[in-house]
Ligand binder design. Structure first.
Ligand code: PAF
Length: 304
């Protein structure tokens, strides 16, 4: 089975490597000649697992303007690059192509479904931890799971399992009929952990262990729960803050992705995480002052 992967960040490299190991035909789409050159000079992908064991794979790499058709595509870019990613390969998508959006944030899913009505668009939410130590060198930081579900109203859920290999080393994948619940859960957790860790300049664990930080988590969680409730969007059976503390403790030593972006002065996903929450609250006429403050402070921090 042939898979294209667009977005050679940690999750893209992790999936490319694991699909290759599962004997799939994987093609990485790299954004330009310079990136392709680095990939070739690096001799492909280098993976370090949680026991520090190293392995290597060398999926074929392509540029977006290549002519070969795309039938199955993982988009693993940052949420804010989704539109550019789609635009760069749109001419290659066959009718009925399967596109899996494996990204943080929300807002981009609807955009892709609307633009590509002839494709099957899937959403995916992952709790896998991975980071790049340098381009194409991915290290596994935590073993989680990936939940995949159909977003577009186009296909039967039962079609997807046939597409993914039955066994993939190092990846656990489940299908769901209700991907929107999982995307919301991930969004809600990210909306608390990511901006707070970036602004407080701390590892995830501090949000649970420092009493003053716990209070901030409680405030943002209450705002998110109010928005979700107004949209009749279930989150967790118990409180959101309980889940945020649990993820913060499980990933205690990690710096969140937004912390890393802010530290390296890179564009963050704030518009697709807390910005999405803000847009929903505006639609409902609700006030979410702390969420708004987090967005403004992240933007200010990047421009300071
Ligand atoms: O974005 C991240 O860093 C992760 O999704 C999470 C859950 C906050 C853990 O670091």
């Amino acid at each position: 089975m042939q898979w294209h992967i667009l977005g050679a960040g940690a999750i893209g490299c992790l999936w490319a490597h694991c699909l290759i190991k599962a004997k799939q035909d994987v093609r990485i789409i790299l954004r330009n000649e310079a990136h392709l050159h680095t990939y070739k000079a690096t001799s492909g992908l280098h993976y370090t697992d949680m026991d520090a064991r190293k392995s290597h794979s060398f999926p074929q790499a392509e540029l977006p303007n290549d002519a070969a058709p795309i039938t199955r595509l993982f988009i693993t870019t940052k949420a804010f690059s989704t539109q550019d990613a789609i635009d760069s390969i749109r001419h290659r998508l066959v009718d009925n192509a399967h596109i899996v959006l494996l990204q943080n944030g929300m807002g981009q899913h609807e955009q892709v479904c609307n633009q590509l009505p002839h494709c099957h668009v899937w959403g995916a939410s992952s709790t896998d931890g991975a980071y790049l130590t340098s381009p194409f060198h991915v290290t596994r930081a935590g073993k989680g799971e990936t939940i995949i579900g159909l977003l577009s109203q186009y296909n039967r859920l039962s079609d997807f399992p046939l597409l993914l290999p039955e066994k993939m080393d190092d990846l656990t994948v489940h299908l769901t009929q209700n991907i929107s619940l999982h995307l919301w859960r991930k969004l809600a957790i990210n909306a608390a952990i990511n901006p707070l860790t970036a602004l407080l300049d701390c590892r995830n664990g501090a949000l649970s262990s420092v009493p003053a930080y716990r209070q901030k988590v409680s405030i943002i969680c209450k705002e998110i729960e109010a928005i979700a409730e107004s949209l009749h969007q279930p989150l967790f059976e118990d409180s959101l803050e309980k889940h945020v503390f649990s993820v913060a403790e499980l990933t205690a030593n990690n710096f969140s992705s937004m912390h890393q972006d802010v530290t390296h002065k890179r564009k963050t996903e704030i518009d697709y995480i807390n910005g999405f929450i803000q847009a929903q609250s505006a639609l409902k006429g609700l006030d979410t002052p702390f969420n708004k403050q987090l967005i403004t402070s992240i933007q200010a921090k990047l421009h300071s």
